[in-house]
Design a protein around this ligand. Structure first.
Ligand SMILES: C[S@@+](CC[C@H](N)C(=O)[O-])C[C@H]1O[C@@H](n2cnc3c(N)ncnc32)[C@H](O)[C@@H]1O
Length: 277
């Protein structure tokens, strides 16, 4: 259904979609990325935007630009960096946050300080959401967010967001943990003191730390299979006793394939542990 609707339109639209298909096939050939990238609409839009820019530079159509991607390393790199731009939201996938509050935290010893990690944190929304969930459960905690993109980490450290960014957050979290200043929302000092951010390329190193909760969510998409699987295993090895790694539901098959052990948190949410843990 989704495929036929995007394939609709005139010859120009069909040619543009064919160009995107070719680019995704090239990403698959080079990095093992294309298959996992095929579904989300925002990925197709970004790939098409880059192809159109490349096409304009070379005075050709986006389809012709896609057909020569095999020999155009610069264009491939442009596409990859456009896709690395981090799409994220506060309280993304509410069922995961609800499962953490209702089923994960009550099973951890009440006096245990919780160490949380948002691996591939983009501009910080996931790390701050985790901090809000932990603070509202009355836990002592610290949260670290890491990302390879330095500008994203800079924005995360600032902790300033548009009013729309918190659309999905429970209103009580906004009231308790954010301050409105000049039309923007600032994450409050109480959380900023316990949430830190660092630039880190997970392919080269993962933070060490006996974490109780790791978010490694919507990042595998950007990593070729062997590298991504190795990152997942290294992150899982940094979980402390009873710790869990959370991903997007669509990433679960890949994490199982990487050897992580699935753990059913409730009827709707599955998290992961290190193999054999
Ligand atoms: C789509 S965002 C996901 C943000 C957040 N985890 C979420 O689910 O809302 C993906 C992030 O992963 C980051 N990323 C991609 N490859 C990475 C790597 N090798 N090391 C660290 N971060 C990486 C990107 O820079 C981007 O900010």
């Amino acid at each position: 259904m989704a495929r036929s609707s995007r394939a609709g339109g005139g010859p120009a639209a069909r040619s543009a979609q064919r160009a995107v298909d070719l680019a995704l096939a090239e990403l698959q050939r080079r990095f093992g990325l294309g298959r996992s990238l095929a579904a989300p609409g925002w990925v197709r839009e970004r790939v098409l935007a880059v192809l159109s820019a490349v096409a304009a530079r070379h005075g050709v159509s986006p389809l012709a630009a896609a057909e020569r991607l095999r020999d155009d390393r610069e264009a491939i790199e442009e596409i990859v960096s456009a896709l690395r731009v981090g799409e994220t939201r506060f309280y993304r996938d509410p069922i995961i946050w609800e499962a953490i509050s209702a089923s994960v935290l009550p099973r951890l010893p009440p006096d245990l300080p919780i160490a949380g990690l948002s691996a591939g944190c983009s501009t910080g929304e996931e790390a701050y959401t985790l901090a809000m969930v932990l603070a509202s459960a009355g836990r002592r905690f610290s949260v670290l967010g890491v990302d390879r993109a330095a500008p994203a980490i800079e924005a995360a450290r600032e902790g300033v967001y548009s009013a729309e960014a918190v659309d999905q957050l429970p209103p009580s979290f906004v009231q308790r943990y954010c301050e409105e200043k000049g039309g923007a929302l600032h994450v409050g000092q109480q959380l900023r003191e316990v949430v830190s951010f660092e630039v880190c390329d997970l392919v080269h190193a993962v933070p060490s730390g006996g974490f109780q909760i790791i978010f490694f969510k919507n990042v595998l998409l950007y990593l070729a299979e062997p590298a991504g699987d190795a990152v997942a295993r290294r992150l899982a090895a940094e979980l402390g006793p009873g710790g869990l790694l959370f991903s997007a539901a669509s990433e679960a098959p890949r994490l199982c394939g990487a050897g992580l052990t699935p753990v059913k948190v409730n009827a709707h949410v599955t998290a992961f542990r290190a193999p054999g843990a």
